[in-house]
Design a protein. Structure first.
Length: 126
């Protein structure tokens, strides 16, 4: 049996561009894609912390080291420059592989520079 799991996330990325007339997708700094293990043209979900919008698109590569997070096409209606977002990619994992599976979690500052990475989320306490 396959289970859908979080493969990777870019946590608290800042949208740098919102291009309505650009071909749809989300352009992401190539270094961030590589660090997270997100592939160009892979489906991603974007969770807009600023306005609560949630939508699905796909990743395309922006210049490595540029810090670009550009929400393009129709999705540009759902995110504006300076909005804070979480970008998540999911993967199908065989149930027998779950015990050793770990996601790649990439944490960013407000200029989309990596502050740290990890592969677990701390347990939420009361």
């Amino acid at each position: 049996m396959l289970v859908t799991m979080l493969q990777a996330k870019l946590h608290r990325a800042t949208v740098t561009h919102s291009e309505l007339e650009y071909e749809g997708s989300c352009a992401i700094d190539g270094k961030l894609l590589e660090t997270a293990g997100i592939h160009e043209y892979q489906q991603i979900d974007i969770y807009n912390i600023t306005n609560g919008e949630r939508f699905t698109t796909y990743a395309i590569r922006a210049e490595a080291g540029s810090g670009i997070i550009s929400v393009n096409g129709a999705a540009a209606h759902k995110a504006a420059p300076n909005d804070m977002v979480i970008i998540a990619a999911y993967i199908q994992v065989e149930q027998r592989e779950l015990a050793k599976f770990k996601p790649t979690l990439v944490y960013l500052d407000n200029t989309n520079r990596i502050t740290h990475t990890r592969n677990t989320i701390p347990v939420q306490v009361a």
